[in-house]
Every structure is written in structure tokens, then in C-alpha cells.
Write a protein that binds this ligand. Structure first.
Ligand code: SF4
Length: 114
């Protein structure tokens, strides 16, 4: 691309080894123009636990989330998923007792019944 980073999802994902996750991060962080949600390991886990998506394939999880979230929130949701996954919704031991969305979370509600 002549030494320039491409500025569209189509161009970015056409590069070898660049999938939607990386392209979404570049569009958000380099261009300030979020086009979707980067589904990393945190986003995948949270989406499945909360009940935003039953899918396990990142591209399908992203499409499920995009149906729920207006575009103006893409930036915030990208950042929230990463930080929520790092700080509260830990992979091995989620801190559900202090989680601000626990009353909406499928995982927490199902565990509360047990
Ligand atoms: S309630 Fe628990 S499982 Fe659900 S999002 Fe919060 S920390 Fe994760």
C-alpha cells in the first residue's frame, strides 16, 4: 500500500494475516473511526457469559454484538470489553459480586440459582 496504513476495513482485511480483530483496532486507535468491535479473548468470554452471543467464532460474536449496539458506542464498547475482562470478568475467577452488570448477566444469574 505504498508505505501507508490503509484506512478502510476492506483494505486492512485484504492484507495477509490481518483479520477483523486487528483491522477494528487499527480503525479505532489509529484513525479514530471505529467500524466494529474487536473480539479478543476478553470480548469473546464476556459476550458468551453475559449472553450477548452464543457463538464461539469471533466474527459471528462481533455481528451479534453489532446488532445490539448503536455505532456511536463502538469506541466505548471496545474499550469497556477489554478493561472489564482484565479487571472484573477474569477468565478463571470472575468477580461477579462487584460487577456493575451482574443483574443482567446470564452467567451470574444462572450461578445464583445453583
Ligand atoms: S457478572 Fe460475573 S460473569 Fe457476568 S460479566 Fe460480571 S464478572 Fe463477568
Amino acid at each position: 500500500m505504498g508505505g501507508k496504513v490503509p484506512g478502510t476495513m476492506e483494505e486492512l482485511t485484504s492484507l495477509p494475516g490481518v483479520g477483523r480483530k486487528s483491522a477494528n483496532v487499527v480503525m479505532l486507535e489509529a484513525f479514530g473511526n471505529p467500524q466494529g468491535i474487536a473480539i479478543d479473548t476478553h470480548a469473546k468470554r464476556i459476550a458468551n457469559r453475559v449472553g450477548l452471543s452464543k457463538n464461539v467464532i469471533p466474527e459471528k460474536i462481533e455481528q451479534d454484538i453489532l446488532k445490539l449496539i448503536p455505532k456511536k458506542y463502538y469506541k466505548d464498547v471496545n474499550h469497556l470489553l477489554v478493561w472489564h475482562g482484565r479487571k472484573i470478568c477474569d477468565s478463571r475467577k470472575p468477580k461477579c459480586e462487584k460487577c456493575p452488570i451482574k443483574e443482567y448477566c446470564k452467567y451470574n444469574l444462572e450461578n445464583a440459582k445453583k
